[in-house]
Design a protein around this ligand. Structure first.
Ligand code: PEP
Ligand code: MN
Length: 349
């Protein structure tokens, strides 16, 4: 990792650095952070001559060689100072709430507009709405591109930034063109490296945020962090980790709740953690407790399915969506737990 003395390299300086790096068979990848740009060396960065030549340049502060399977995501990386801001919330400074339908019903846009307004009033900062849906049964409703227009109309009406899952390149292109603010990578695709690569490339020059869910079958924590790094390595560090329950299921719950991994993630990576309690426990009655536990474990935010009339919803909403009142109550309690964990941030607010 190359750290310049100034906030970023000038184009001429970048050319000079690139020539050195490429002559050692590596490549330079700028990573644009909020405050400064740093430059990853992609390839074998242990070449001593290359490092000496770069460190000898008068405009270079140092070359960091963090020994970690995911150097960019490591807490010791210079990206650790990067902050992600969405919906007026800077992660780490305030609890981020993402809420909305599991799935937008293209035949009933009004219901989504009502939920959008209701989750805003309940305190959500970002509106979620599934446009395309991964399903357990391929013959179930898989979503409809028409719902993208409904999502954007809800954004116009409420002013909330919007979040939708994309599962392939066509959906990715449409979502990027539409200006979707947060792209969700679902649990089924968290290990789909070609999708991760395409998303990384697509958001490289944008401020789009990516919410990476934890795969049902991810084992060691490093697998999750490395998947996030694969996206960040293309140049946009706005990646959030989202535990959402894993396999095998805990009898009675939809998945095995995994909000307790947050302290482990935080020990290794600077990436913010936004927990999804809805898919973790899979039943509205259990969601508030899981949400509060997630915040107690150190989550920076929550992603919760919510609906004005869950029984009229499609997708997961009839089973696991909270009503706006339940959402408001959960947010209020979650904020109290967050305040206990971050007394200095609350005092200075
Ligand atoms: C969802 O958010 O509606 C969803 C399908 O989530 P996951 O990928 O976690 O199953
Ligand atoms: Mn869902």
């Amino acid at each position: 990792m190359i750290l310049p003395k100034a906030a970023r390299l000038t184009p001429e300086q970048l050319i000079e650095v690139t020539q050195i790096v490429e002559s050692s068979g590596c490549r330079v990848q700028p990573i644009v952070g909020t405050v400064r740009t740093i430059y990853a060396i992609v390839g074998d960065e242990r070449d001593e001559l290359m490092i000496n030549r770069i460190e000898g340049l008068p405009f270079i502060e140092r070359v960091d060689q963090i020994q970690s399977p995911h150097k960019l995501m490591d807490r010791r990386s210079d990206l650790a100072t990067h902050r992600i801001t969405l919906g007026g919330v800077t992660l780490g400074e305030e609890l981020l709430i993402v809420a909305g339908h599991c799935t937008i019903d293209p035949k009933n846009p009004q219901l989504f507009y009502e939920s959008a307004q209701a989750v805003k009033e309940a305190g959500a900062h970002v509106l979620r709405g599934g446009v395309w849906k991964p399903r357990t049964n391929p013959y179930s409703f898989q979503g409809d591109a028409k719902s993208l227009d409904i999502l954007l109309e809800a954004h116009r009406r409420t002013g909330l930034p919007v979040d939708a899952e994309v599962m392939d390149e066509t959906q990715l292109k449409l979502a990027i063109e539409a200006g979707v603010h947060m792209l969700q990578i679902g649990a089924r695709n968290a290990l789909n490296y070609s999708l991760l690569r395409n998303i990384g490339r697509a958001v490289a020059d944008r401020d789009t945020v990516v919410l990476l869910k934890r795969s049902l079958h991810m084992g060691p924590i490093n697998e999750f962090i490395s998947a996030a790094e694969y996206i960040v390595a293309f140049g946009n560090p706005n990646v959030i980790l989202c535990p959402r329950g894993t396999a095998p299921t805990l009898d009675g719950y939809r998945n095995h709740p995994d909000e307790s991994i947050t302290p482990l993630l935080k020990e290794k990576t600077w990436a913010p953690v936004v927990v999804d309690p809805s898919h973790s426990v899979g039943k509205a009655a259990y969601v508030p407790a899981c949400a509060l536990a997630a915040v107690a474990y150190g989550a920076d935010g929550l992603c919760i399915e919510a609906h004005v009339q869950p029984s009229k919803g499609i997708g997961d909403d009839p089973k696991q969506a909270l009503t706006p009142d339940q959402l408001a109550e959960t947010i209020s309690q979650a904020k109290q737990i967050w305040a206990l964990r971050h007394p200095s941030k609350v005092a200075s607010a």
